[in-house]
Design a protein around this ligand. Structure first.
Ligand SMILES: Cc1cc2nc3c(=O)[nH]c(=O)nc-3n(C[C@H](O)[C@H](O)[C@H](O)COP(=O)(O)O)c2cc1C
Length: 482
């Protein structure tokens, strides 16, 4: 009798616990209406470590008065449907388990995978879907990838989904109160938001400079966002589905970006980015077949089946390296000039220095101010000299110093002056520790019709290894030496 009573009591307890957890997981705390509605019943089961982002409308992009915004962040109203998004960036162990390889620059099971191209990310999504008997979301045909929106497999977020999930209802530059600090985000901590404008008045900053870790860290090392997502800013930036292009002005529902292109968008900034390039609205781009140690993956799954299919026509840029080569550079302190001259010595190619009608100050503190002012205003300083007959060149080796994590604005003036479509531009960048920063994004945005070759980064003057590094880089780009 006693045994029988215990059995009945445990059954009752088990039943009430199940009912309770059902109410919780459906987000419905009213026990009376515990039967799921039709649309809830349609929903896929929540994948492990994913959260449901309930759809809604928001202003995508940044307001015109947001500091350090770019023109390509024009605000427009976007509505997105429900979706599931991973709380974490994809780890190296998750990537290795499916792909049997790990291309990451910083190795460690719990670190985010990086140095994966957009096409690698797509291949991973499909391979994992197949492993878990889900319908793969993508069909890959060389450079072209189409997306079956009804598929229940793993996929990348659209650019709109990423920003909606990141913002969590906020309209400020960051969902974090004030802005990211090195204590709560893995980024280039020496350069918090607005440091550029306050380099000589750091007491004015809401967030003080902090640690620059110079590496990725284990995913989920810091507090999550209001939506329960870790590392939306920093650690690694994250590929999204969309090709890069101007936003449409009109209202959009579940937008998927342009139908063709060569550049894909990535979001959120990484361990090597300044805070201004972590902003919720900031858009970075790169060719879909390239990767970076600053860029990884965050997965999404449909919460309800979408309809139709989105085709993506990969417009691989015409032309390879070769033909007639021009070496062109802008240099303030001489380091880039030294690299350009070494390239000239090794190739015998024509050499052209970009100079200004109104040169920057030769005083270091003054040029820091002038450079950030010009970058903030997206100025186009007037160039003093011009390349005659640019048509004769097929490949342009383009040198510059990393200035405030991007290109000096004279490089923007230069890139806008000529038609580079069908040509190959191969950047070489002298830096003080920040490698390329967002230079390559800035260049690809300015010359979307050019092919961008393998870029070279040189620490200051490059020291004794510079000639060898230049020689390796030229070979990697198929440019013959003397
Ligand atoms: C205005 C200015 C901004 C700079 N910003 C950065 C930066 O964001 N990241 C970095 O690694 N180095 C930065 N540097 C350092 C230069 O990139 C580095 O000293 C480079 O070697 C200079 O090349 P140059 O001698 O050809 O001008 C900056 C230098 C200046 C003058």
């Amino acid at each position: 009798m006693k045994r029988c009573l215990t059995l009945i009591l445990s059954l009752l307890l088990a039943f009430s616990l199940t009912a309770c957890s059902q109410a919780e997981s459906s987000g419905n705390s009213d026990p009376v209406s515990s039967t799921p509605t039709a649309s809830e019943a349609d929903k896929t089961e929540v994948p492990e470590n994913f959260v449901l982002i309930e759809g809604g409308s928001f202003q995508m992009g940044s307001p015109e008065d947001e500091a350090w915004r770019s023109e390509d962040e024009a605000q427009h109203t976007v509505t997105v449907s429900d979706f599931y998004i991973s709380q974490y960036e994809l780890t190296q162990s998750e990537y290795q388990a499916v792909m049997n390889e790990n291309p990451s620059n910083f190795q460690g099971d719990t670190l985010p995978v990086e140095s994966v191209s957009w096409l690698d990310a797509i291949a991973y999504c499909n391979a994992r879907s197949e492993q878990e008997s889900l319908t793969p979301a993508y069909t890959v045909d060389g450079q072209s990838v189409s997306w079956d929106r009804s598929a229940n497999g793993y996929r990348l977020p659209t650019e709109a989904e990423w920003e909606y999930a990141c913002r969590a209802g906020t309209t400020t530059p960051f969902y974090i109160e004030n802005s990211p600090s090195a204590e709560n985000t893995n980024f280039y901590g020496h350069y918090p938001y607005m440091i550029e404008d306050n380099y000589f008045s750091q007491g004015n900053l809401e967030v003080q400079p902090g640690e620059y870790r110079q590496t990725t860290v284990a995913v989920g090392s810091f507090d999550p966002s209001p939506n329960g997502l870790y590392d939306m800013y920093g650690n690694v930036a994250e590929w999204v589905w969309d090709y890069y292009g101007a936003y449409p002005a009109e209202e959009q529902t579940d937008p998927t970006g342009p139908e063709s292109g060569a550049l894909r968008v990535y979001r959120g900034g990484g361990w090597n980015d300044f805070a201004k390039n972590l902003r919720s609205a900031y858009r970075a781009t790169m060719e879909q077949e390239k990767g970076s140690f600053n860029l990884g993956i965050r997965l999404v799954r449909n919460a309800a089946a979408g309809t139709g299919s989105v085709s993506g026509i990969g417009a691989q840029q015409a032309g390879g390296s070769g033909g007639k080569v021009l070496i062109t550079y802008f240099s303030w302190g001489g380091n880039t000039r030294g690299v350009a001259e070494e390239i000239q010595a090794q190739t015998g190619a024509d050499l052209f220095e970009i100079t200004l009608v109104n040169p920057y100050s030769s005083d270091y503190n003054t040029v820091l101010e002038e450079a950030q002012r010009d970058q903030n205003a997206q100025a186009r300083p007037e160039l003093q000299n011009h390349v005659e007959n640019m048509e004769q060149y097929d490949t342009i080796l383009l040198g510059y110093p990393n200035w405030w994590a991007s290109i000096p604005m004279p490089i923007a003036s230069f890139l806008e002056e000529y038609d580079f479509s069908g040509k190959t531009i191969i950047p070489f960048c002298s830096h003080g520790g920040g490698e390329f920063g967002q230079c390559l994004t800035a260049i690809t945005k300015l010359v979307p019709d050019a092919r961008i070759g393998e870029a070279l980064s040189i620490h200051y003057s490059g020291g004794s290894s510079m000639p060898g590094d230049v020689s390796d880089w030229l070979s990697a780009n198929g440019i013959a030496g003397n």
